[in-house]
Structure formats: C-alpha cells, structure tokens
Design a protein around this ligand. Sequence first.
Ligand code: MUC
Ligand code: MG
Length: 372
Amino acid sequence: MSATIQSIDAILVDIPTIRPHKLSMTTMGVQTMVIVRVRDSDGLEGLGEATTIGGLAYGPESPESVKLTIDTYFAPLLLNQPAEAINTLRVRLNRATRGNNLAKSAIETALLDLLGKRLNQPLHQLLGGAVHQHIPVLWTLASGDTARDIDEAKSLIAAQRHCDFKLKIGSRPLMDDVRHVAAIKAAVGDSASVRVDVNQAWDESTAARGMAELQAAGIDLVEQPTPMKDFGALVRLSQKFHLPILADESVADATDMFTLAAAGFSGSVALKIAKAGGPLQALKVANVASAAGIGLYGGTLLEGTIGTAAALHAWATLEKLHVGTEMFGPLLMKDDIVVTPLNFNNNGVTLPEGPGLGIEIDEEQLARYRRR
Ligand code: MUC
Ligand code: MG
C-alpha cells in the first residue's frame, strides 16, 4: 500500500532583504515566502516554496493568494491521494484549477521532495541524475545607487562570490539608465559579464534605442525589454540586434516557449520553476527551447533556500546553461529558515546533498519569521 497525503500546510514567512532591491515595477525591502509542508501517512514530510516579488507587483499571484489557493482549492484535491503519483496529482489539479503556477510549483516541489525522502535519493537523481555538481550564479545589483552598486560588485568579485552581474533598469529615463549601466561596466571591467533586466518597462522604439546604446557600452544581454505579451517586439528586436535578448516574463511554460520560438525569436530563455509550475514543468520549457536552438538560463523569483534548491536540482540535470544562472535568492535575505544554508563558493553554488531537496527546516527560525 502506498502512502497517502495526510496534511498540507502553507505558511507565510517574511524575511527582510539585506538592502532595498529596486526593480522597474517595485522596490523590495522584505521577501515573503510561502513554505509548503506536505505530510504523508508514513510521517514523511516534503517541502516546497512559492515566492514572488513585491506582492502583486510582478505577477497575478501574491503570497497570500498562493496560500489561499493551496488551503482552499488544492488541499481537498490532494488529501488522501497516493503521495508518489506526482503526474496523476498534477493532472487532477490541472483538471480542476486553472493557472496559479506559483502555487502548483510549491506543490510539485513538495511532492518531489517527499518522493526523494521515501526513496532515499536526491531530487536530481529522480530526474535522471546531475550533470553538474557546481553551478555558476550571478548577482543582481539593484540598490538604486550607482556608486553603491559598484562597491557591492567589487567586494563580491574580490570574495569570488560572484563574477557576473545583472542590473535592474527601466524605471528611469533611458539615458540615465544607460549612464548607470556604462559606469558599472567600466568599473568591473572586461572579465565580468554585465547584463540588464528591463522587466518589460520599454516600448519597442525605446528598446531599439536602448539596445543600441547598451551594445556600445559592452553589455552582454538584455532581459525582457518589452511587455510580456508583445511576442512580435521580442522577435523583431532579436532579429535586429546582435546583442542577445533573454526572454523572461514572456515565457512561463512550454507552450509559451514553443509559440515564441515558432514566431522567429532567437536568444535565450529564463527558466523558472515558479513560472512553469514546478521543476518538472520548467524542464519541459528547457526541452522545447533546446529543440529550437534557444539558450538556457537558470532564473529565480528570488526564492529562499527551499525554492532555490528545487531549481538547482533541475538545472543540474541540463547539459548546458548557456547564460548561467541567478540562483542567489537566499543571499538577498537577511536570515534563513533552514538548518544548513546552501554553499555559495567560487562564483557559484554547490548542489545540496541528501534525500529529496537535501534541505531541513530550522523550526525555531521558522517560528521566528512566520506571519501571525
Ligand atoms: C526577474 O525578473 O528576473 C531575478 C533576479 C532579480 O534580481 O529579480 C528577479 C526577477
Ligand atoms: Mg527577469
């Protein structure tokens, strides 16, 4: 007899960030995680996480809506069902509920963690095994202040914590942003890759001007310059410039990836377990992208250690991450709720060991930061 799901808890956890994190649509001072704990009839527990950026500023799911969706709609569909039937459970959820991929990602992660613990195997092993044990991780400079960003970059380079950087732009006039980016690129030098993320803030003509300026400043990549639903703009910009484009918000799932590629997009895609609905779903996006010759990037919605570990297990199974990853979420938070944090070293992170995610909750820390 297989184990059945006995309880599902979705817990809101608020942890301040180490400094303001300024994106085109919001400035974060705190990160809210929804930590999901799924218990089975043998007493084993699987962990998952859903996180977004700035409440409802980034996308249509908020941490509070993720909790409500899981408590009210997902739990009745999952309770008393066989815990290891992950594909069947996903079909069951998707027949009864639309969208809500962040909430679905937390559930898929927790079920995979649970299965890994049952089989005493790390999550990457359930996905066919890791190709890489150490994965490169860039850092986002987004304090909102050029001099502070330069200091931050230089100390991270010196500590070999990160050697590549992404800058968040788009909230200021174009040429202010270009000057900010060019100053940082000049300060960090040729050995560091500097990219920008516009988070949809430009229209197509601003993007065309911006890309020409950024190319001249030595920038390596422009992420989501234009609105997510305007696939035509991304396609035309990717055909017009040698400076590559990284599609982020435009591509949530494998169908989005297929549609954008079929429309003629070339460049790379930011894979995110949250956008896709879980690690297995994000790997489906990777498969479609690879078939279309589109490069891969390990993306984050600034998850804490649990969500970041889940993504790392998935990214580790890919042969090549053409433009690296940004799995630094835990480092942006002032504190953690796990017993052993991830090991960031040598400009990257080491894949955690142990069954499932290889992550254990620190109950005291969880009690300290959970929302009451
Ligand atoms: C995004 O849009 O890429 C990832 C890194 C970061 O600083 O923000 C996120 C969201
Ligand atoms: Mg992005």
